[in-house]
Ligand binder design. Structure first.
Ligand code: SF4
Length: 288
């Protein structure tokens, strides 16, 4: 995470805590135990005060931002006051929003300018909880999603593609269409090979080429129902032609890289490339 707000950047985010109540098998920012909330709160107020008025979007991330309790609303209120035209994207595991009044308070302070990105690991409670590393996470996250929707808060559903969940992607897509049809967007995301992904490699790692058939089914199913579907962190050369229109340049500019082979690729300007922070490069990269 950087220490400045740069209006030219595609990723300006406030890191609010390193603590988390999930322990996801592929967490790229493994949680810490120390209480760092005051330290980051003060730092983030200074960052907000220094941000350019025209900043289009600001992220709120961690760790788990809802561990700030009601101070999260103070932070959002400060952003709204200082940067009234800036959209706010909160990345949260969604569990705290199972508390209805908490979701309601977020709606009151966000004034329609907040979207919450919530990871959803599987339609199976067992698989979701195993990936999240927390008992009952599935039930709380689902209830949280319903409470956010009941308060008209935009939701980006985030599905990180792993060895644990890829086989049920088509079933997940059907589950989303029936039970989570209110989400604004569904983002399927390739893993960053860092943090717990390295530690849990045997449990979690899968090459994108190996989950492509299931991903294709899930994306096409949701797209034909007119869901807004995105693919994050997946280089274009790994995608069949039918999936390429869904790919986004999702990697933060400050940790984005390309390979020497990309220099001769006609798709480089539209391709997300790679995380410079990842320990490995996906198999199958080929200039288009
Ligand atoms: S060769 Fe490089 S730029 Fe071209 S599609 Fe693959 S990863 Fe992207």
């Amino acid at each position: 995470m950087r220490d400045i707000i740069d209006i030219q950047s595609n990723d300006n985010a406030l890191f609010v805590t390193g603590q988390c109540n999930n322990h996801c098998l592929m967490c790229c920012q493994p949680p810490v135990k120390r209480d760092d909330i005051d330290f980051f709160y003060e730092k983030n107020i200074r960052l907000i005060d220094s941000a350019p008025f025209e900043l289009p979007t600001i992220g709120v991330t961690g760790g788990e931002p809802t561990l700030l309790g009601d101070r999260l609303f103070d932070l959002i209120a400060h952003i709204r006051k200082r940067l009234p035209n800036t959209h706010i994207q909160i990345l949260s595991n969604g569990r705290q929003f199972a508390d209805g009044p908490y979701a309601e308070k977020l709606a009151q302070v966000s004034e329609g300018m907040v979207i919450v990105g919530v990871p959803f690991h599987s339609d199976s409670p067992i698989i979701h909880d195993r990936i999240a590393g927390a008992k009952n996470a599935y039930n709380q996250t689902l209830l949280g999603l319903y409470n956010l929707a009941a308060n008209d808060i935009d939701i980006e559903l985030r599905i990180v593609l792993t060895k644990q969940n890829y086989q049920r992607l088509p079933q997940m897509a059907r589950f989303i269409s029936k039970n989570l049809a209110f989400v604004s967007t569904v983002a399927f995301m390739a893993m960053e090979d860092i943090g717990y992904t390295i530690k849990n490699r045997n449990l979690i790692w899968i090459e994108p080429l190996d989950y492509m058939p299931q991903l294709q089914q899930a994306v096409q199913y949701l797209a034909q129902l007119e869901f807004d579907v995105s693919l994050f962190n997946l280089p274009l050369c790994l995608l069949p032609g039918s999936l390429r229109p869904f790919a986004k340049q999702s990697i933060s500019d400050w940790k984005n890289k390309y390979l020497p082979i990309c220099d001769t690729c006609t798709a480089k300007s539209e391709c997300c490339g790679f995380f410079s922070t990842s320990k490995s490069i996906f198999q199958g990269i080929n200039s288009l």
